[in-house]
Design a protein around this ligand. Structure first.
Ligand code: CDP
Length: 222
């Protein structure tokens, strides 16, 4: 039996299908699923709610030092409060990338993310999984899709939650988040070296998951 956890990374922009396929792939492989976006969203929610702006400095340093953040089967908790459902709001969508661009926020989450890599292994999704957090992962994927398809998926998701939203509003939000995530100096969104890019635009979830499963099976000889 292997005593090193298997790590599979899935990076890509908003709405590329990462979280849905990463979760399904983890299930199929009997591994845990690590949603790192939830951690950035939880920190952003907390700081924004406490009126702490997205700028480096003493106020932010003190707030991050005092902040306890945990991730478990029940979801993500900050300061002892389970914020799993609160962090998917349009308000958090609008501010998360500004907080995620700050080096001290990223430092706060680095070890926590790495500690989630326990046996038998994990499928981790985010923006810097294959580049910074798990550079030695066994298998790295980079998912892309056109901005229009990504917007359609996100609009459907939001409407299914019973909320109202316009296509244009979501498209602009996604474009802005992509811009901030790719242009930031610290751990920008990039296709990791040795990663396999999959354009999910014309593919169903099942097709993407099956393709990834076959690739993992080849690499780690399941
Ligand atoms: O689901 P979606 O792709 O829209 O977003 P998410 O994965 O929940 O991530 C929300 C935001 O957190 C991203 O737009 C990034 O700004 C940030 N993030 C990051 O910087 N690094 C990660 N590993 C994961 C998320």
């Amino acid at each position: 039996m292997n005593d090193v956890p298997l790590v599979i990374t899935v990076d890509g922009p908003a709405g590329s299908g990462k979280s849905t396929v990463a979760k399904a792939l983890a299930n199929r492989l009997g591994l845990s699923y690590l949603d790192t976006g939830a951690l950035y969203r939880a920190i952003a929610w907390h700081l924004n709610n406490h009126g702490i702006s997205a700028v480096e400095g003493e106020t932010l340093t003190n707030a991050l030092e005092a902040l306890s953040i945990t991730l478990g089967k029940q979801g993500v908790c900050v300061g002892g409060h389970n914020v799993t459902s609160l962090i998917r709001s349009p308000e958090v969508d609008g501010v998360v990338s500004c907080y995620a661009a700050l080096p001290s926020v990223r430092r706060k989450l680095l070890d926590l993310q790495r500690r989630q890599a326990i046996l038998p292994g994990i499928v981790a999704d985010g923006r810097d999984m294959g580049t910074v957090v798990f550079p030695c992962a066994s298998c790295k994927f980079f998912l892309i899709a056109t901005p229009e398809i990504r917007t359609q998926r996100r609009v459907k998701e939001i409407r299914e939650r019973g909320e109202t939203v316009s296509y244009q509003e979501v498209l602009e939000g996604i474009r802005e988040r992509d811009r901030i995530d790719s242009e930031r100096a610290e751990a920008p969104l990039r296709k990791p070296e040795n990663s396999l890019e999959i354009d999910t635009s014309g593919m169903s979830i099942e097709e993407v998951v099956s393709r990834m499963y076959e690739i993992v099976a080849n690499v780690v000889s399941l």
